[in-house]
Design a protein. Structure first.
Ligand code: PMT
Length: 218
């Protein structure tokens, strides 16, 4: 389905769960497959946008004219976004970025000594919050992945991260959210929830998102 809703627009989409290395063979990550972000990148491409997809997914693929930048950690994802943000019209952060990373990376594989092993973690920078400080007129969209108090937590994220739009999904439900083909989202802006999708394919949700973005920019 080709159309021109986003013709001439530059869009960054992020997808997948970041991987925070502990040592050369181990990392901390999460269950994000990248399906939601890839669906958005495809929908944006089909709408005529010039898409940069910054991905930490190891399973998803995209065909067509998309600039894919593969990253691993939250810090690599942050740099790749920053390299492209100034020129962008729209950013959609569907990636599940790790909130914490090991304080110290072990150059050698950690040996199995003792019955317990402590790994000390430190906070990663909040990418969306950092970008809100340098934001010009980019339209910035975030997600909120919650297991409780979905809408309250999501509204707080919209405000704290100074987002134009936020999609809240309940990731405690295995039929939607992480790694499923379907999702269900509440679309939130400063007025609150203005639309709630049915449980439907991530491709369908991606197209609804592209409709909303194209109505709201310029
Ligand atoms: O990839 P799939 O398997 O298809 O699953 C899709 C999904 C559930 C991962 C996706 O729909 C989703 O909810 N993505 C956001 C996951 C997330 O990290 O949510 P959060 O509520 O922890 O973070 C809120 C927002 O801040 C997100 O847009 C996130 O990208 C961003 N963030 C988070 C941490 C951080 N250090 N910097 C950020 O910018």
């Amino acid at each position: 389905e080709q159309n021109t809703r986003l013709a001439g627009k530059k869009m960054i989409v992020t997808a997948g769960g970041t991987r925070e290395a502990i040592d050369p063979v181990r990392y901390i990550s999460n269950n994000s497959s990248g399906k939601m972000g890839y669906a958005i990148a495809r929908a944006a491409m089909n709408a005529g946008a010039a898409v940069t997809l910054i991905s930490s997914s190891e399973t998803q693929h995209i065909n067509g004219n998309v600039n894919v930048i593969n990253v691993s950690s939250a810090s690599e994802m942050k740099s790749a976004i920053e390299d492209n943000f100034e020129d962008a019209d729209v950013l959609v952060m569907a990636a599940a970025v790790s909130d914490y990373t090991p304080a110290k990376y072990s150059e050698q594989k950690i040996k199995k000594n003792g019955d317990e092993l402590d790994i000390h973690l430190v906070k990663t920078p909040d990418i969306l919050k950092e970008l809100s400080k340098i934001k010009d007129d980019q339209f910035v969209v975030g997600f909120a992945a919650e297991t409780q108090n979905l809408l309250d937590n999501a509204k707080q994220k919209l405000t704290k991260k100074k987002l134009d739009l936020l999609l809240a999904n309940d990731v405690s439900d295995k039929a939607i959210g992480f790694n499923s083909d379907n999702n269900q989202v509440s679309f939130i802006d400063e007025t609150g929830v203005f639309k709630k999708s049915d449980v439907e394919s991530k491709d369908k949700i991606a197209n609804e998102l592209i409709d909303i973005i194209s109505e709201r920019i310029d």
